[in-house]
Design a protein. Sequence first.
Length: 212
Amino acid sequence: MTTPEPTAPPAVPDESVASTPVRLRRWLPWAVSGAVALVLGAWLVVGLNPTLSSSYTGAADPDALEEPFGFGLFGPDESTVVDPSDGTYDGVWSFRNDGRVPVDVRLAAFEPSTYEWRAHLFSLPDDGSVTDEIIDRAADVLTVGPGESFGVQFALGFGCAEFAGGSGTGIDSLRLDVTTLGLTRTVDVPGGSSVAIMTEKSHHPSAECDGS
């Protein structure tokens, strides 16, 4: 008579191994969402925080007084023109992209609009030299790479605003529309110096300001 061999008990599955695919499937969407959120956050941080600063190149109005007696809007270091013959303060500022990605730069709206304000952007060569030929290469939009600089030629005048004798106006920053990674922000970037236009007599708007 043959004695049957004992039957081996059924194998017990390793629950840790069996559950691994389930755990992977459970955590995969969270991992993907976390990675997307991280990338999106970095994109927003870079795109919404353009880094521009005043560069090394600038030019004051030839008639400007560095320490005008009896005048001063921003302090003793401002550059001021008093009753300019051409009616405006004419200068050049330059700015540098201190960020890690290229930016597109445009001039933003100047306020208040009653003042006379003219400006245009131009590219700066690597050596930072500014000549009439370089300034004349005006552009509405400039793409500025990391570490690169660009210039702004501007003219600020009384325009259609009323000024009593001994008063004036000035600027110490420039408003720019800066696009980074497809996101655009309007930022006020400090200029290389404070500039002002003053009158000892007075300024009254011309008839053209009333449209007559």
